[in-house]
Design a protein around this ligand. Structure first.
Ligand code: MG
Length: 465
């Protein structure tokens, strides 16, 4: 009898062991994905990217333990198009989510992400992932465009930028460098309902963090996708009591340090729930710093210009990838893009990239996991609907540039002959080498023609109101 009991117990242990192994196998086949997306954070605004006074120990640690990319780009230099590119894997020109008439969506907009677009959230949801969007959406605030209509099980955040819905035309210009919440009547939404208006932006980073951690804990036994798109450090700036006045870099630094704290909280939650070895965490930003606001805007570091331009400072961003024991630690100078997240997530979660449309991203998992070179060496820089510049390898050509973006003296300057910079030698785009490189210019003009011929006209979503 004693022997029999022993045998039964042993077989239970064996079965339990098998079940455990199967669970681990399934976990590895369906890793979790967390994308943390800052708003208007510049290339030079993190400690690990060289900022001398903003302290970002949590992000610095992720960058050291994982991969820090130094040539990583957003898909646009402004909010709505950039978010479209990240979530669809396609340049926003392909979905009408960029416009020469209106750069982004506004509270009176009637358009949004078209139904025909496939978002990564939709594919993951079909695969059985739990999906949450926390933070700024900006792909349309009408019900059919909200996250819950686009593959996300839940939504908690603001539907467009934190500077919109201004009361009586007031705003950050009128209220000074320390604005008040009441001047920005931006709604905070839960799924499709407005739960607070104006959103208390002082506490918004910590509330996004709480919502994210709650989602992680609730779904620790199932594969999940968390898209946490912070609405800061976009101007107007708001920090919580705990962070306001604590950084050497002023309010902007306080806000970035609070976002860094939030990253630390999320990583702790992953570790506490045993999920860190099964989760890819990506950190980047939607576009460069809003330089128009001087000290209230961020810094692109050594890169030229910022938000709203096709110079490097407009689109090149911090790009941090972390997944312990999977992502090979290192500093990566290959060219990468938020457009690459879609095919990369497809690859690591065992999904096929749809074949019925053009994608502008490449799978970067060989770089992340095997230290192989990326397949990408081109970046297309759009100014709204116009292709202004192209990067091919180390070369960048400018056919046009936007000068004094966001000021009253804004002007578009066409360059014929175009400007040509060697970004490996001259990341600040100071020394025009066009005169000595006619062949390169010729080669790039063919790339330009081939790219433009791949773009089909579609309805402009941003002019609809
Ligand atoms: Mg932005």
């Amino acid at each position: 009898m004693k022997m029999k009991l022993h045998a039964i117990l042993l077989s239970i242990f064996v079965l339990a062991g098998c079940a455990h192994e199967t669970a681990i196998k399934e976990q590895n086949e369906k890793p979790n994905v967390v994308i943390i997306f800052a708003d208007d954070l510049g290339y030079g605004d993190l400690g690990v990217y060289g900022h001398p006074t903003i302290r970002t120990p949590h992000l610095d640690k992720l960058a050291t333990e994982g991969q820090k990319w130094t040539n990583f780009y957003a898909s646009s230099s402004i909010c709505t198009p950039s978010r479209t590119g990240l979530l669809t894997g396609r340049l926003p020109i392909r979905s009408g989510m960029c416009s020469n008439e209106r750069g982004v969506l506004f509270p009176d907009s009637k358009g949004g992400i078209p139904e025909y677009e496939i978002l990564i959230s939709e594919l993951l949801k079909e695969q059985g992932y739990k999906t949450a969007c926390v933070g700024k959406w900006h792909l349309g605030h009408l019900p059919q465009y909200l996250p819950t209509s686009n593959g996300f099980d839940s939504y908690y955040g603001i539907p467009y930028s934190n500077d919109m819905d201004r009361i009586d035309g007031a705003g950050f210009n009128e209220t000074g460098p320390h604005p008040e919440v009441k001047y920005f009547n931006v709604p905070l939404m839960k799924d499709e309902e407005i739960i607070e208006r104006p959103a208390n932006q002082h506490t918004i980073v910590s509330r996004y963090t709480d919502e994210s951690i709650k989602f992680i804990k609730e779904n620790k036994d199932e594969p999940f996708f968390l898209y946490l798109a912070h609405s800061l450090p976009h101007v107007p700036l708001f920090a919580s009591e705990k962070f306001e006045g604590t950084s050497k870099r002023g309010l902007y630094g306080d806000v970035v340090e609070e976002i860094d704290w939030s990253v630390g909280q999320i990583i702790s939650a992953l570790k506490e729930n045993g999920l860190d070895k099964n989760t890819l965490v990506v950190f980047t930003s939607d576009n460069g710093p809003w330089l128009h606001f001087n000290e209230a805007g961020g810094s692109a570091g050594l890169l030229r210009e910022g938000k709203g331009t096709s110079y490097e400072g407009g689109m090149r961003e911090p790009g941090i990838f972390w997944w312990p024991e999977k992502v090979k630690p290192g500093v990566i100078s290959d060219v990468g893009s938020t457009l690459d997240l879609f095919p990369t997530i497809c690859k690591i979660t065992g999904m096929d990239v749809p074949t019925d449309r053009i994608y502008d991203g490449v799978d970067i998992s060989p770089v992340l996991f095997e230290e192989k070179a990326t397949q990408r060496d081109e970046i297309f820089y759009y100014d709204n609907e116009e292709l202004f510049a192209i990067r091919k390898g180390k070369w960048k050509i400018h056919y046009a540039t936007r000068e004094n973006a966001y000021s009253k003296q804004v002007k578009i300057v066409k360059h014929d002959p175009p400007l040509l910079y060697n970004l490996e030698v001259d990341p600040s785009e100071k020394y025009n080498l066009a005169a000595d490189n006619a062949e390169i210019i010729e080669k790039l003009s063919h790339i330009k023609d081939a790219h433009l011929s791949s773009v089909e006209p579609v309805e402009d979503q941003l002019v609809l109101r």
